[in-house]
Design a binder for this molecule. Sequence first.
Ligand SMILES: [Fe+2]
Length: 194
Amino acid sequence: MSMTIEQARELMHEWTESPALRVHMECVAACMGAYASNLEPGETDRWIVAGLLHDFDYEKHPDASEHPTVGVAHLASLGVDEAIRAAILGHAPYTGVARESAMAKTLFAVDELSGFIVACAKVRPEGVETLQAKSVRKKLKDKSFAAAVSREDIAEGIEDMRGLVKPADDEAFASEHIQFCIDAIRAERERLGV
Ligand SMILES: [Fe+2]
């Protein structure tokens, strides 16, 4: 049995009241859907479900000893498949679960970056509408901006994605990945208010 996008969203809302955390999971899901369309088109819904649920237990169980393991155990009890559960565990490096599938690698690669893109959008009058990879990269170098976002995780994610997407121009890939995520989030801009 696989969970539908609607069921995943309902479950996420059940466990998460914070509007910001809901938007974060929606942004990650938007990036997951966009990448799935390119990398594993038949699996798009499952990639979106992984995005929608990757932090769904965080509000109730923020401690690293419980997030995301408590949520993943609940997903197992609901019959959510192993690949989605492994991807969710893998997005938290301290679980020790290796990111083996394209879904797992992509989830890790869009998670912190989505948070950072939303932080960049917040300080612009037009939000994500006119945001470009160039200004995101500039802000990444400013360590005082959105200091809680791990630059190391974003850099590691870029390397993961480089292996999956196989770009012609390596130098340009970081910007391509960032722009791809900006565009995916922008496509949902009105619904998410970013
Ligand atoms: Fe996240």
